[in-house]
Design a binder for this molecule. Structure first.
Ligand code: GUN
Length: 291
């Protein structure tokens, strides 16, 4: 039997509607409009699409979106200065510097300069550390979106064997950390595989939940999947034939119990979780102000 498709777009729309209601409430009760600053350096086509979509999603949810588009040769010192200004700007609750940044800019230096209280990406070491010890403030958006998809798709996480393929700071490591926590919608047993893992299929075939962020088109095929498993495909690869994920969807859907498509799976959830984090940042600002 073919797998049930996890519709990330529909789930995203549902959550975005919930966020919109909360944003309206915040505005009416406290006269507070959450603000998100997005900084894009250079003309990477993928990043341009993401930034545009973030702007649209913010507008729909009632979140104020400030966009800063800078040329590819924008100096690192000026980017640092912009981040400092946004740190100080009281209208900005969240700051996101779109990755990747051009080669002449030290990515770590920029990410570490963002005020952890405004780090809605959850990439600052302070927030990574808080996640690690099980006391997170902001979860990174893609992994948070994956967890939410699993919950809303009705896949039981507690006690499940989760196998993650990929160990990036953006997805692999944080999703492993989120799902292994002693917490609600977690308590999984987690295995992390990567490019140096021998006999990868021996691991992936044991997964009740298989999360693939390998950065390689169609790296996982149906014969590497346990029948009935939930498969989450984080990959977005632009091939001549169109977009495809890191999972070979056609063979995987014949074996999996549930599977996310590409596009329309994890992708829309990342932006949705960004909105959620921005709303959280605004609430925290309100709490701090004692209103
Ligand atoms: N580039 C790809 N995904 C992301 C993300 O979640 N945040 C940022 N800042 N850049 C990205």
């Amino acid at each position: 039997m073919a797998a049930e498709i996890i519709d990330g777009k529909a789930i995203s729309q549902q959550i975005q509607a919930e966020i919109k209601t909360e944003v309206e409430e915040l505005k009416q009760k406290h006269n507070l409009v959450p603000g998100l600053a997005v900084v894009l350096v250079g003309e990477d086509p993928g990043s341009q699409v993401y930034v545009k979509n973030k702007g649209i999603a913010c507008q729909k949810a009632g979140i104020k979106s400030l966009e800063f588009r800078k040329p590819a040769d924008f100096p690192e010192s000026e980017l640092l200065q912009l981040v400092q200004e946004l740190n100080q700007n009281p209208e900005v609750d969240g700051i996101l510097v779109q990755l990747p940044v051009p080669k002449h800019i030290n990515e770590k230096k920029i990410l570490y300069a963002i005020d952890p209280a405004k780090d809605v990406d959850g990439f600052h070491p302070f927030n990574v550390g808080r996640l690690m010890i099980g006391d997170p403030i902001y979860l990174p958006c893609t992994p948070a979106g994956i967890q939410e998809l699993l919950v809303r798709a009705g896949t039981k996480i507690e006690g499940a064997h989760v196998v993650v393929v990929g160990r990036s700071n953006l997805v692999g490591k944080p999703i492993a950390m989120i799902l292994v926590q002693k917490a609600k919608n977690a308590n999984a047993t987690v295995t992390v595989c990567h490019t140096r893992t021998p006999n990868m299929a021996d691991h992936t075939r044991q997964a009740d939940i298989l999360i693939v962020a390998a950065g390689k088109p169609k790296a996982i095929s149906g014969d590497m999947i346990k029948p009935g498993a939930t498969v989450i495909d984080v990959g977005v690869n632009r091939l001549e034939t169109g977009l495809c994920g890191d999972v070979d969807f056609e063979s995987a859907k014949l074996v999996a119990g549930k599977i996310t498509p590409v596009p329309g799976g994890v992708g829309p959830m990342t932006i949705t979780m960004l909105l959620k984090n921005t709303l959280r940042a605004a609430r925290l600002r309100l709490e701090k102000s004692g209103k």
